[in-house]
Design a protein around this ligand. Structure first.
Ligand code: KG4
Ligand code: ZN
Length: 396
């Protein structure tokens, strides 16, 4: 195909993002518009509100991405867009925009699986990262439901359940089929090849990011940059040994995760310490602040220890299946956390692998990962033909 330039569009949750990326790995532009104020106000993502916010900024975000790349739609090779998993109302805004551009300028369209994009963006920054590799994908929202009947776009990503040797089940990737729920946002996978992933573990209830966000909310932290960064910062002031939380799923011999129980433990600890979330941390007394910091630090230690334990087990397991694995990728919003990175780096090194962790702005939701995954798929001929120029608005 030669030189390929792809516009990537991402609207699966609360960030409206677009980017233009070239097949040599050059990031020509990246734009993210966050619904930070909405998030702070409601302490979470409200689908209808998020949809409206996406609709308001999508044209502007895409235009800015093109302008910053000194390009017009005519210079593009294809348009890539996240089609799931995510909030269907939100995904739709991105898909409609992508189809309008693709239809108007006769461009192929590449439907992208959000979690595959989180994993593959690591190949953009680490040229040495070859299949097979392992990936731990740690993100947020557990309210994410399904891949909606979104577009006629087809996504080629398949995630196989390791227990089903031949047939695939777990995460979908065909339009009109139900996708994973929260599990999709806390995944341990063995990436065999483009579009081929074996699921080694997932969450049986909440994703780790959801636990960070709730803990932050209950501790009265500033949620404007989502809960994770607020906990990470506050935890530095606290004593991680001070509150005793138990490690989830100690008795299970698999590689699955569970964060609902830890969430409950945190809530109970907060209640017993009489911490009032209505008093923002900025107006808390010194003593109150310290007690919140202790909970943040203790929560973070156990939440991450749970990741460490399951990763170690998964690495040992995967190496038996695929001895040629050399890397573990850690990506998704929670992977922008420095403590998470440092702890996992130790586990990975100890087990003879190398950690690949994209820079923080490529770990949280972004358009670059979508554009890059679009390039990888496009090069393999995995794309849809341009939609009709006069795309009926009711295609979804
Ligand atoms: O991948 P992402 O941006 O969106 C989803 O696909 O869910 O992940 C968002 C999650 C949120 O739960 C957020 O609190 C968490 O990533 N997060 C963090 C940090 N930055 C973002 N968690 C812990 N520490 C951080 N520094
Ligand atoms: Zn994400």
């Amino acid at each position: 195909h030669g030189d390929v330039v792809v516009l990537g569009i991402e609207t699966s949750c609360d960030d409206t993002a677009a980017a233009v990326v070239r097949s040599n790995g050059e990031i020509l532009s990246q734009v993210v518009s966050s619904q930070a104020d909405l998030l702070a106000k409601y302490g979470g993502v409200a689908p209808k509100m998020a949809e409206e916010a996406h609709s308001q900024v999508i044209d502007q975000v895409v235009q800015e991405a093109l302008d910053k790349a000194y390009m017009t739609e005519k210079d593009l090779t294809a348009v890539a867009v996240t089609i799931g998993p995510g909030l269907s109302l939100c995904l739709r805004v991105g898909v409609q925009k992508a189809r309008r551009i693709a239809g108007g300028f006769n461009l192929p369209i590449v439907g992208i699986h959000h979690m595959e994009a989180h994993a593959l963006v690591a190949r953009l920054i680490e040229k040495d990262l070859q299949f097979p590799f392992m990936a731990l994908l740690i993100s947020g929202a557990s309210i994410f439901t399904s891949l909606p009947p979104l577009s006629r776009a087809f996504c080629y990503c398949r995630v196989y359940d390791h227990r089903e040797e031949v047939s695939f089940i777990i995460l979908i990737m065909e339009v009109n089929k139900k996708a994973s729920g929260s599990g999709g946002h806390n995944l341990l996978i063995l990436a065999r090849d483009l579009g081929q992933y074996i699921q080694l573990g997932t969450t049986i209830d909440d994703a780790i990011g959801e636990a960070y966000d709730k803990t932050a909310k209950w501790l009265g932290l500033d949620m404007r940059r989502s809960g994770g960064p607020a906990i990470e910062k506050l935890a530095m002031e606290g004593n991680a040994e001070s509150v005793k939380f138990s490690i989830p799923m100690k008795q299970h011999k698999d590689c699955n995760f569970s964060y609902a129980g830890l969430k409950t433990q945190v809530r109970l600890a907060i209640e017993s310490k009489k911490i009032d979330a209505k008093i923002p941390i900025s107006s808390a007394s010194n003593e109150d602040r310290l007690s919140r910091a202790d909970i943040a630090a203790s929560f973070q230690r156990i939440a991450v220890l749970h990741l460490e334990e399951k990763c170690e087990r998964a690495i040992q397991w995967a190496l038996k299946m695929e001895p040629s694995i050399r890397h573990l990728v850690v990506s998704g919003g929670v992977a922008s956390n420095q403590y998470v990175r440092a702890q996992l780096n130790m586990v990975v090194k100890k087990n003879g692998l190398q950690l690949v962790c994209p820079p923080p702005q490529l770990c949280t939701d972004n358009g670059v990962m979508v554009a890059w995954t679009g390039i990888e798929n496009f090069r393999m001929g995995r794309y849809d033909p341009p939609p009709p120029a006069q795309d009926p608005e009711d295609f979804v």
